[in-house]
Ligand binder design. Structure first.
Ligand code: GLU
Length: 449
């Protein structure tokens, strides 16, 4: 039996800001790759830059990882490994692969920099996404790997920590390609095994410029506050530059893990488009249980509206009606703010003229249709009042007399709005008594118009 070496990979963010989907795409791909291969996924906080690294950003990374469902097997902070880094630097110096170089900085202070002794080699590696890459390291000179024995710099810490934790797959953005030769040289000097590299193409904004916060790209955590579902974000982020080759796009986390492969990662930049993300969210919203929808969606309504719904016993019915009309939970808030929900809890106020279908000659026609509608729905027995039974009661009359002509006044009488769900839907929610009351009101308005 041949035992496959276990995959060990990592996500190594620097806690220096709030990250957009482009950065988390690296986390998602590394996570899916590790889980697909039943390997190990490490989260490494690269906080050696003491000035720029902030606890709030680290907290945000941990929260976002957990919200997206990206569980890791191991978490460590680079700053906790000063001793290990120091001994690696000393080791390199002792073996003459690096040397201490006293140099005066811009501030006039002389520091004992540690420089790597570059042998000016040609470095070749095979990138899992880009194929073979060859780079001449002559121009790099003897590069600095530490500002002192206890102040290691980026290239040294990345290699040291990857080697110390057995990382054998480095999946990261292709802005790191130019760093790779230096890091390979350090691996060789340490006698450590060079990992497989997979450099992911950039994530771009819809205008094909680099996705950036300055240009309005949101932090992933902001989508949580805006009422997006984590599974929609995960699914959409996973689709940035990767696809299964099939037409299906909506996948659960388990399905993504099962299907993920680095072979299908595209070489060209992927576009992050919020419109598409909203579509993913809508598709995932359709899939969640009604209990979850209510629990998560309700807080987006005002306390007042929540109270009114609770009192009417209609919370579930009304929220399920909203589910069909929204892309994110925040749309529930927007619907309420635009006054769209008022008619569900309070009889609308409007002018009689508005009841008239635009193609009808006068209000007399409108009144006749409303009277016919009233007659038809009054016959529905109380216990069988549903949107379907209301539709059935009115439909053949509406078809014969003209749908717009009959259904517009019916809907307007119930909602007082130019736009709303159809009258059957609304009547189903309002119930028989309230529906009849509102049609009556409309008829008497017309009688006095
Ligand atoms: N800390 C680096 C970054 O934030 C990642 C280094 C790496 O993945 O090797 O881009």
């Amino acid at each position: 039996m041949k035992i496959k070496p276990q995959v060990v990979t990592r996500f190594a963010p620097s806690p220096t800001g709030l990250f957009h989907a482009g950065t988390y795409r690296t986390a998602v791909f590394a996570y899916l790759f590790a889980r697909h291969h039943e390997g190990t996924f490490i989260l490494r906080i690269e906080d050696t830059d003491r000035i720029r690294s902030k606890k709030v950003y680290e907290d945000n990374i941990l929260e976002t990882m957990s919200w997206l469902g990206l569980s890791y097997d191991y978490l460590h902070r680079q700053s906790e490994w000063v001793k290990e880094h120091e001994s690696i630097i000393k080791n390199l110096v002792n073996r003459n692969q690096a040397y201490v170089s006293p140099e005066k900085g811009e501030d006039g202070v002389t520091r004992e920099l540690v420089r790597f002794r570059n042998q000016n080699k040609v470095v070749t590696f095979t990138d899992a996404i880009r194929g073979p890459i060859t780079m001449n390291t002559t121009d790099l000179g003897d590069f600095v790997i530490a500002k002192s024995f206890t102040e290691p710099l980026f290239h040294l810490t990345v290699v040291a920590d990857d080697a110390l934790t057995g990382v054998n797959h480095v999946i990261r953005g292709d802005d790191h390609i130019s760093n790779t030769p230096r890091q390979i040289l350090i691996y060789e000097a340490l006698g450590a095994t060079i990992p497989t590299y997979a450099h992911l193409p950039l994530v771009l904004a819809p205008d094909r410029s680099k996705l950036s916060k300055r240009k309005g790209a949101r932090a992933v955590s902001e989508y949580r506050d805006l009422g997006f579902l984590p599974e929609a974000l995960l699914n959409y982020i996973a689709s940035l530059g990767w696809n299964t080759g099939g037409v299906e796009e909506i996948f659960s986390k388990e399905e993504l893990v099962e299907r993920f492969s680095l072979d299908q990662v595209q070489k060209s930049g992927a576009i992050f488009d919020e419109v598409k993300l909203r579509w993913f969210n809508r598709e995932h919203l359709k899939k969640i249980s009604s209990d979850r929808f209510i629990a998560e969606g309700l807080p987006f309504l005002s306390k007042r509206m929540q109270g009114i719904l609770k009192e009417s016993g209609q919370t579930e019915v009304i929220l399920s009606l909203l589910r069909e009309r929204i892309e994110t939970y925040d749309d529930i808030r927007a619907l309420e703010e635009s006054g769209e929900l008022e008619y569900l809890v309070e009889a609308p106020i409007y002018e009689a003229e508005k009841l008239k279908w635009k193609q009808d000659p006068d209000l007399a026609v409108t009144k006749t249709h409303l009277e016919a509608t009233l007659g038809a729905v009054s016959k529905i027995p109380e216990g069988t009042w549903t949107k379907e039974s209301v539709r059935e009661a009115v439909w053949s009359y509406a078809e014969a007399a003209g749908k717009g002509s009959v259904l517009w006044p019916f809907r307007f009488a119930l909602t007082g709005k130019d736009k709303s769900p159809d009258p059957f839907e609304v009547a189903g929610i309002l119930g028989k008594d309230e529906t009849i009351r509102r049609i009556h009101t409309a008829i008497s308005k017309l009688a006095h118009a």
